[in-house]
Write a protein that binds this ligand. Structure first.
Ligand SMILES: Nc1nc2c(ncn2[C@@H]2O[C@H](COP(=O)(O)OP(=O)(O)OP(=O)(O)O)[C@@H](O)[C@H]2O)c(=O)[nH]1
Ligand SMILES: [Mg+2]
Length: 302
C-alpha cells in the first residue's frame, strides 16, 4: 500500500463545496420540508439527483426505494442519501504499489482531461517518498506534448524517456528495459489524448498497452483512466469505451476544484464498478489527493 501525504480536510471540503451543494444541499433544501414522498416530490428529487450527475439509472433507483414505504420521511432525506452513498463507495481506493518491485502506471484519457498534469503530480509525490521515477513520454502525437512532459519531469525531479515523434510503443518498450536494468521503482506512462469514438486511436492505445503486457505484465500496477470532473455524465461514456480497449483498474478525477459535478464519482462506482483513487484539486504539483471514501462522504454531508 502506498499512501500520499494529503491536504487538509478543510481544504478538501472547500474544493468540493459546489459538488456538495448540487448533490446534497439542493436536494435536502427542496425535499426535507415535504410531508410525504408523493409522486410529485419523488419526481422532483429524481430530477435534482440527475442534474447532480448521478446518472438516470442510479437516480431512479434511489428514488424507487422511497416509493410505497413510510419508514423514511422527507425530513430524513439527508441521512438516507448518506447511507446510500456509503454503501456504493465501498471499494479499496489505495493506489496499488509494491515495495522493491517496478511499479508501472498506465495513464489514458480523452484530450485535455489532465493526464500529463497527473503524471507530473504523481512523479512529484513518488519522488517525495524517495522513489526512483521514470516517465515514459508516450504522447508523441500532439505537438509540444513531449516538451510539456519534460518540464514536469524536471520540476518533479524524475527521469524521462523521450524520443521525438517516435512510435509510442517503442518509447514504452525502451522505458521498461531502462527501468529494469537501472532498478527504477516507478514508470509513469503518458499517452496521447484521444477521442473515445475514434476506433483507430483506441486500437493504438491497446497496442501500447500490449507492450507492457508482453514485457512486464507482473509490474503493471494500475491502468488509470483520467476523467475531467466537468464532463459529468460524459465521463461514464468515456469509462465504458476505454474499459473495452484496455482494462481500466481505477479512475483519477481531475479538476474537481470548483466543479459541481463530483457526483460522477458515485455514478462511476455504481455503474462501472470502478473506484476513483485519485482526485486533482488544482493545477499545482501538490494539488493531488488520495481519494478516501469516508472523507468524501464527510466532506459532502458534514
Ligand atoms: N483546475 C484544475 N486544472 C487542472 C487539473 N488537472 C489538470 N488541469 C489543467 O487542465 C489542462 C489540461 O491538462 P493536461 O495535463 O495537459 O491534459 P492532457 O490530458 O495531458 O491533455 P492532452 O495531452 O492534450 O490529451 C491544463 O491546463 C492543466 O493545468 C486540476 O486538477 N484542476
Ligand atoms: Mg498530455
Amino acid at each position: 500500500m502506498f499512501k500520499f501525504f494529503s491536504n487538509s480536510f478543510d481544504n478538501f471540503k472547500k474544493k468540493i463545496a459546489n459538488t456538495a451543494t448540487a448533490l446534497v444541499n439542493n436536494v435536502v433544501d427542496n425535499i426535507s420540508e415535504e410531508e410525504n414522498f408523493s409522486e410529485f416530490v419523488l419526481d422532483d428529487m429524481e430530477d435534482l439527483l440527475i442534474s447532480a450527475d448521478l446518472g438516470v439509472n442510479y437516480s431512479s433507483e434511489l428514488v424507487d426505494k422511497l416509493r410505497n414505504q413510510d419508514k423514511i420521511k422527507p425530513k430524513d432525506v439527508k441521512n438516507y442519501l448518506k447511507s446510500e452513498f456509503k454503501n456504493v463507495l465501498n471499494a479499496d481506493t489505495d493506489l496499488k504499489y509494491t515495495d522493491n518491485e517496478l511499479n508501472i502506471y498506465f495513464i489514458a484519457g480523452v484530450n485535455g482531461a489532465g493526464k500529463t498534469t497527473l503524471i507530473g503530480k504523481l512523479a512529484y509525490r513518488f519522488k517525495q517518498e524517495g522513489k526512483k521515477v521514470l516517465i515514459a513520454a508516450g504522447d508523441t502525437f500532439r505537438a509540444a506534448a513531449e516538451e510539456q512532459l519534460d518540464i514536469w519531469s524536471k520540476r518533479a525531479g524524475a527521469d524521462i524517456v523521450r524520443r521525438d515523434k517516435a512510435d509510442p510503443a517503442s518509447v514504452v518498450y525502451e522505458s521498461i528495459q531502462k527501468a529494469k536494468s537501472e532498478n527504477y521503482d516507478v514508470i509513469l506512462v503518458d499517452t496521447a489524448g484521444r477521442l473515445q469514438n475514434k476506433f483507430n486511436l483506441m486500437e493504438e492505445l491497446s497496442k501500447i498497452k500490449n507492450v507492457i503486457d508482453k514485457n512486464a505484465p507482473e509490474n503493471l500496477r494500475e491502468c488509470i483512466l483520467v476523467l475531467d470532473a466537468n464532463t459529468g455524465q460524459n465521463g461514464l461514456q468515456q469509462a465504458k469505451v476505454f474499459t473495452k480497449a484496455i482494462n481500466i483498474t481505477s479512475v483519477a478525477l481531475t479538476k474537481l476544484d470548483g466543479s459541481a459535478k463530483g457526483g460522477i464519482i458515485l455514478a462511476i462506482a455504481k455503474e462501472m464498478n470502478l473506484p476513483v483513487k485519485l482526485v486533482g484539486i488544482g493545477e499545482r504539483m501538490e494539488d493531488l489527493k488520495n481519494f478516501d471514501n469516508e472523507e468524501f462522504i464527510n466532506a459532502l454531508f458534514d
